[in-house]
Design a protein. Sequence first.
Length: 147
Amino acid sequence: MITQLRHVGVVVKDLAASMHFYKDLLGFRIRKEMVEECPYIDAVLGLDHVRLQTVKLMPGDGAAGIELLYYHSPASPPGVPCAIHQRAITHFAVTIEGLDQEYQRLKALGIKFISSPQVSADGGALVAFCQDPDGNYIELTEELRKK
């Protein structure tokens, strides 16, 4: 039986740019940072000669976080990010307060958005999708209080 979501893993091509985005711009905190290079990591990933730097980031409320994964080796194959409607894990969502203000702040810093914040069809949330430095989609959601 599943008891909780632990984290979402995101493979990145530039760890410094991703750390800036998730930590400095979105406000995640570093929980753990390490380099893994051992028989265990080769076996669990099914790869040879892995050298992997991981950074576990947590939101302010201590809920499930993000694990940034930077492969020193083997090199990640070149490719383009998935389209938002492609069959795959296309995005993850975070709850945010003050989405209109955050949208303006992040947009001014050059963060790409699909659209400005939109009220969901049921009126329960304000939602906008942005992209991280690798083009991964993040759903920023502000829960709206019923009046």
